[in-house]
Design a protein around this ligand. Structure first.
Ligand SMILES: *Cc1c(COP(=O)(O)O)cnc(C)c1O
Length: 360
């Protein structure tokens, strides 16, 4: 007895974990700077952490009311109905719900290249097929509607992302609408705003008004600092009514995550500090890193360093963990998450050292 043929699938290549690296390089985890997974360097929102602690005593019961309450709270925040809030075990879980709700076996989707690996992974798990549209380095990874529409061939879902990871480029509302209007009526356009808090651009949620073919993904993992609790959501068209109830895993979001997420929504000061920290660190990286960087609207900066894997290894030996971008098809690049001031300064110092010494 064996699992089905999984050879067409790929495991998710996460940024390296801090304990894992600490053991490997023989350093104390506290002496490492981990800037490889776009996590929040300020920790979780303190209010969220407090709420999670307080919720622990209630974990003997299923989180029915809390689930409904958070959906209501998010709906109110975005000016939508609770039915439209597809709360899930991380944004990744919400991507699975979208696959479940939209894909018949053999259906195709269109994802960005370079781009987030889990779009395609989720689709393949759900017996769909994955096509790509390009973002060109020669165009500074600009997100032009023509890139998407030229590649488009009747796919069921088109994934847009702004700010884009790993490049940091953005897609404006006009461009998103051009794509949504340029595809067939039964193609859904998902706008991934996992990094939406970090940009000055308004959310694409406003574009959903009166349409049944545009949705938005958001997560608590980045700007709210709750990556370890796994909570995110997709905002779906009003016309889809209660489709969520047909694809949702029972109680997908756990009690602690629900409590923390709800409290985090009220902690605007924390998000503000997170966003300011990222903005400072981006500027610091542009100005001080001895490598080409691309302007980013997220909490990370892409840099061209020659041999990304070699730089990644050399920096890691010196206690700084960044993301090598070979898995994104950019082996000459690394992605550096914006840290605290101290972490970012140390990362730049170490990276400049290794960029100068590692052979190109
Ligand atoms: C982080 C991230 C998500 C969502 O991640 P979760 O931790 O599962 O909420 C979605 N898309 C992109 C591009 C991301 O970087």
């Amino acid at each position: 007895m064996r699992p089905r043929d999984l050879s067409a699938h790929t495991p998710y290549a996460a940024g390296r974990g801090i304990e894992e690296v600490a053991r490997e390089v023989g350093m104390d985890p506290d002496d490492l700077v981990k800037l490889s997974s776009n996590e929040n360097p300020l920790g979780p929102s303190p209010k969220a952490a407090e709420a999670a602690r307080a919720a622990v005593d209630g974990v003997n019961t299923y989180p029915k009311a809390a689930h409904a309450d958070l959906r209501e709270k998010l709906a109110a925040r975005w000016g939508l109905t609770a039915d439209q809030v597809w709360l899930a075990n991380g944004g990744d879980g919400a991507l699975d719900y979208l696959s479940r709700a939209l894909l018949e076996p053999g259906d195709e989707v269109l994802v960005p290249d370079p781009g987030f690996a889990y779009y395609g992974m989720s689709v393949r798990y759900h017996h769909g097929r994955v096509n790509t549209y390009p973002l060109h380095k020669s165009e500074e990874f600009a997100q032009r509607p023509a890139n998407v529409l030229d590649a488009y061939d009747g796919e069921r879902i088109v994934y847009l992302i702004t700010p884009h990871s790993p490049t940091g480029s953005e897609m404006g509302h006009d461009a998103i609408l051009e794509v949504a209007d340029g595809v067939d009526d039964d193609t859904f356009v998902l706008v991934d705003e996992a990094y939406g808090a970090y940009t000055d651009q308004p959310s694409a949620v406003s574009l959903m008004d009166g349409r049944d073919d545009v949705g938005v993904l958001r997560t608590f993992s980045k700007s709210y600092g709750l990556a370890g609790l796994r909570v995110g959501y997709i905002l779906a068209p009003e016309a889809w009514a209660d489709a969520y109830d047909y694809v949702n895993t029972p109680f997908a979001v756990n009690t602690l995550a629900l409590a923390a997420a709800s409290a985090a929504l009220d902690d605007e000061a924390f998000v503000e500090r997170s966003v300011e920290t990222a903005a400072w660190a981006r500027e610091y990286l542009y100005e001080n890193l001895a490598a080409k960087t691309w302007e980013s609207a997220g909490n990370y900066v892409l840099a061209e360093v020659g041999d990304g894997a070699a730089i990644q290894r050399a920096a890691q030996e010196r206690g700084v963990i960044v993301r090598d971008c070979a898995s994104f098809g950019l082996p000459e690049c690394i992605r550096i998450t914006t840290g605290t001031k101290e972490e970012t300064r140390r990362a730049v110092e170490v990276l400049n050292e290794v960029v100068a010494t590692v052979e190109r």
